[in-house]
Write a protein that binds this ligand. Structure first.
Ligand code: CCH
Length: 291
């Protein structure tokens, strides 16, 4: 490590692959949620990117402003300290990486290692200042409807098709009452990325859950799955529904569109000239390297 003098060490794709591999070793955890930190790492990458505003060109993944209390304390970011703290182990070993690169690369690693598609990724984000932190209210509010989704994702520069494709990330993970107030997973396989989220939206009968918590839906049959009001609009809004149906019927199509949209999401707010290469990298999965 001593040879890597901080000032002139220029990391290569192989160095970032080492970071990927290190993150991959931290994913499995018997005593956490459904056995993987993958979903919460995907949520960290998304919340650090989804603050982007295309008109003012503020927010996004470039400055990793969730490091600052003013942004970490936004209600939408509850629980993401778990993901940030986990990644400190990686930052300690690879101190040359910026937090924006670390967090988005962790999202890429988690998606790929949870059987998802390859997510093209570029390095080059830089750590910003507290003054770059974004105001509260830029991330979506789960209690709202399609107008809200179009307003929030439109501000980031995404269209209806991309909104629906990105929402498929909810095949992963779960809601935690102590973080968002909502409860339960969206699918029966919350640590594997599939198109099950869309299939369940169409195939199950969804009813409002009777409880003291915030408005959410449950599947009538098992009452063990959930949908947020914002998830359910993917089948009630005519334009969203068209894409949701297509993804329910074709996992390859979902993977292709999800990969493109997530890759763009994770680059929001990063000036093109900052990226270390013009062409994105495809990081190797752990399995591929063992072959
Ligand atoms: Fe999400 N998400 N998300 N989400 N999300 C939650 C959890 C995850 C919304 C609300 C919530 C995306 C879009 C939306 C993940 C990825 C993405 C939770 C529960 C809420 C609430 C948090 C908790 O309690 O822990 C809303 C509203 C939208 C609007 O579209 C997008 C886009 C992505 C990624 C591309 C993942 C993964 C989780 C699971 C986290 C975990 O800890 O299991």
């Amino acid at each position: 490590q001593a040879a890597k003098a901080k000032t002139n060490f220029v990391p290569t794709k192989e160095d970032y692959q080492k970071v990927y591999n290190k993150i991959a070793t931290l994913l499995d955890a018997d005593d956490y949620d459904d056995g993987s930190y993958g979903p919460v790492l995907v949520r960290l990458a998304w919340h650090s990117s989804g603050t982007y505003d295309k008109d003012t060109k503020t927010g996004g993944s470039n400055y990793a402003t969730m490091r600052f209390e003013s942004e970490a304390s936004h209600g939408a970011n509850n629980g993401l300290n778990i993901a940030r703290n986990l990644l400190e182990q990686v930052k300690n070993e690879f101190d040359w990486i910026s937090y924006g690169d670390l967090w988005t690369l962790a999202g890429v690693t988690a998606i790929q290692e949870m059987a998802g598609p390859k997510i093209p990724w570029r390095a080059g984000r830089i750590d910003g200042q507290a003054a770059d932190a974004t105001p509260d209210g830029r991330l979506p509010d789960a209690t709202q409807g399609s107008d809200h989704l179009r307003k929030i994702f439109g501000r980031m520069g995404f269209n209806d098709q991309e909104i629906v494709a990105l929402s498929g990330a909810h095949a992963l993970g779960r809601c935690h009452p102590d973080r968002s107030g909502f409860t339960g997973p969206w699918t029966f396989s919350p640590t594997t990325l599939t198109n099950a989220y869309y299939q369940l939206l169409f195939d199950e009968t969804w009813q409002w859950k009777k409880w003291n918590g915030p408005k959410q839906l449950e599947d009538k049959k098992t009452k063990s799955l959930m949908m947020l009001p914002t998830d359910y609009v993917l089948v009630t809004d005519k334009s969203f529904k068209k894409y949701a149906k297509a993804y329910a019927q074709d996992q390859d199509l979902f993977f292709k569109d999800f990969s493109a949209a997530v890759s763009r999401l994770f680059e929001l707010g990063v000036p093109t000239q900052q990226f270390v290469t013009p062409e994105p990298w495809i990081m190797k999965s752990v399995d591929e390297q063992e072959e």
